[in-house]
Ligand binder design. Structure first.
Ligand code: AMP
Length: 553
């Protein structure tokens, strides 16, 4: 027997409809690429999202067509979040920090029909336009007055023209809630970037779960500033959460330095913000240097990389800002765990609570997790035994978009499907997970991935290199940076500078390894694979204390 309740599909458009009807005059404030501050309301956003849906229909966009964006956090990007997904097309947020070859690869792999871009990314668009085979037009997210005159791009359209020419009368279609809504490629895997294709249902369930009190605890009384980009897993879902709860949204645009962020946080009386540790380091340095403090910010969400105990203490003890440590992945929509206390932790002495807070946290509703050993058997939740971290849930990836390889899932002894995260972790008796290592062969620098295999392949192409391995070395500012370990060919004469110069033009500049260590041999396992964990143990601190490690080397 079925229940007798109304059948209302879980659709992303329902979020902006709700925000308009119940929080219509709540503000959305954006620092624009044009330099000024833009201010409007959820009601305005909904009207313009409907105009954009009409504009896309006029351009011939059909359900399931992919629409790319190369854009900062701002109100026009938000309109596309709702206009594109709401009409049944798929919003494909592209990471503009990737090398132009990867951007072209991703746009072609996704078969993007249109690409919207902020003016900052005009040089990137110019570089890739000729290679994006399926794109019918590029749309500059600006008004006529700011349109580039000498872009040299065929089919360049103006965002504000599209809005102006379109009616605001539009009824959001009732889609299948399992229909795809959003596409986001991750470089946090080996090989080419892989597309994670979210559905309306998975996004809505993620939004409900992430907003809960023991998760991000969001409400209509909150002013939220997502520093985490809207091209990184939908800014961790905050643009959806803000609509669901009616929170004021503040978008920083391209200005992510400490001074600009601080000014915006204060001017808009932001209460909650979210970002990777590197961004917060910039902000903390700014307030320390200027002797300022936060007048309104009560909480900050830190994730994407581990939040250090030092940062935790600085925020909480010096500035009275509570830290919420989170762990997630593009493949998880992204929230996996959030570090909020259980009742028994509240009475704990502060020092013990810090130890708990440094962990990545406990599972958000909808995510199940376990740690397993090499034999695939589950390991105990004792806070000491570490194993490969597996997850499953209604907002967890099942397969990558148009993937040609094997399924990414593992089947356990009970026939259950799990997604292997590539992280190595412990779980304690209270269910708090702590990342202890990473088995995947990638480097995370300032919240962005760098593929170690690409860097090794380039080094190996140098005629004087016999063997090369690239590892994630700890870095004070960027969390991790690539360090190259190299065995020279016999009699070959190769310097660090020559090898680093060899990378020029082959990769995005910020991917270039920070340093090169020359060794006599690189440790190999039984199957001939490089033993990266041994190298990480030996050289992981190289960039922190180069002199000491050099002696070891
Ligand atoms: P991404 O898909 O780019 O969001 O990257 C996800 C990966 O970032 C995870 O699998 C972890 O390796 C890493 N990560 C994310 N959050 C944290 C955290 N709080 N602590 C440590 N590593 C993290």
């Amino acid at each position: 027997m079925n229940g007798l309740m109304m059948q209302k599909k879980l659709l992303i458009s329902s979020l902006i409809v709700h925000a308009d009807r119940h929080h219509g005059d709540t503000q959305i404030v954006s620092r624009r690429v044009e330099g000024d501050i833009h201010r409007y309301t959820f009601r305005d956003c909904h009207r313009r999202a409907r105009q954009m849906a009409n504009a896309l229909t006029s351009l011939g966009v059909k359900p399931s067509d992919r629409i790319g964006t190369l854009a900062w956090n701002g109100y026009r990007h938000l309109e596309l979040y709702y206009g594109v997904s709401g009409m049944g097309a798929i919003l494909h947020t592209i990471n503009p920090r990737l090398h132009e070859d990867q951007v072209a690869y991703i746009a072609n792999h996704a078969e993007d029909q249109y690409v919207f871009f902020d003016l900052t990314f005009l040089p990137l668009i110019k570089a890739v336009a000729g290679r994006c085979n399926t794109v019918k037009a590029f749309i500059a997210m600006t008004d006529q007055a700011h349109m580039p005159t000498d872009a040299g791009i065929d089919n360049l359209l103006c965002y504000e023209d599209l809005i102006e020419q379109s009616s605001s009368v539009y009824a959001w279609p009732v889609l299948d809630e399992d229909a795809a809504s959003t596409l986001c490629y991750t470089s946090g895997t080996t090989g080419n970037p892989k597309g994670v294709l979210y559905s309306h249902r998975s996004s809505m369930l993620h939004t409900y779960a992430a907003a809960l009190p023991d998760a991000l605890n969001c409400s209509a009384r909150e002013v939220i500033l997502p520093v985490v980009p809207m091209f990184h897993v939908n800014a961790w879902g905050l643009p959806y959460i803000a609509c669901m709860v009616g929170a004021k949204l503040v978008f920083p645009g391209p200005a992510l330095d400490g001074k600009s962020l601080y000014e915006l946080l204060e001017a808009e009386q932001v209460t909650l913000s979210a970002g990777v540790p590197t961004v917060w380091q910039g902000l903390l340095s700014h307030v320390e240097e200027t002797g300022q403090s936060f007048s309104s910010m009560r909480r900050t969400i830190i994730g994407g990389a581990a939040c250090t105990p030092a940062m935790l203490r600085k925020f909480q003890e010096t500035y009275g800002v509570a830290v919420l440590h989170v762990w997630g992945m593009t493949e998880l929509s992204p929230m996996g765990t959030i570090c909020t206390m259980k009742a028994r932790h509240v009475e704990m002495p502060q020092e013990k609570r810090y130890a708990v807070q440094s962990k990545q946290g406990r599972a958000v509703y909808g995510v199940d997790m376990k740690i397993v050993g090499a034999d695939g058997m589950e390991l105990p939740w004792d806070g000491a035994t570490s194993g490969d971290l597996l997850v499953r849930g209604h907002s967890v990836v099942r397969d990558y978009f148009r993937s040609e390889g094997d399924s990414p899932l593992q089947i356990d002894h009970e026939g259950q499907e799990w997604f292997p995260t590539g992280d190595v972790a412990t779980i304690d008796a209270d269910g708090f997970m702590q990342i202890t290592d990473r088995s995947k062969d990638v480097i995370k620098s300032g919240g962005e991935w760098i593929g170690s295999i690409d860097l090794e392949n380039i080094a190996m192409a140098h005629p004087a290199v016999s063997q090369a391995a690239c590892i994630a070395a700890k870095h004070a500012k960027w969390d991790e940076r690539p360090l190259l370990i190299v065995v020279r060919k016999q009699q070959a004469d190769l310097t660090r500078e020559e090898l680093l110069a060899f990378y020029e033009g082959k990769i995005a500049k910020w991917w270039t390894p920070d340093d090169v260590v020359f060794v006599d041999e690189i440790p190999l396992g039984a199957t001939g694979k490089i033993l990266k964990n041994q190298l990480r143990e030996r050289f992981g601190d190289f960039l922190m204390q180069p002199a000491e490690c050099q002696r070891v080397a």
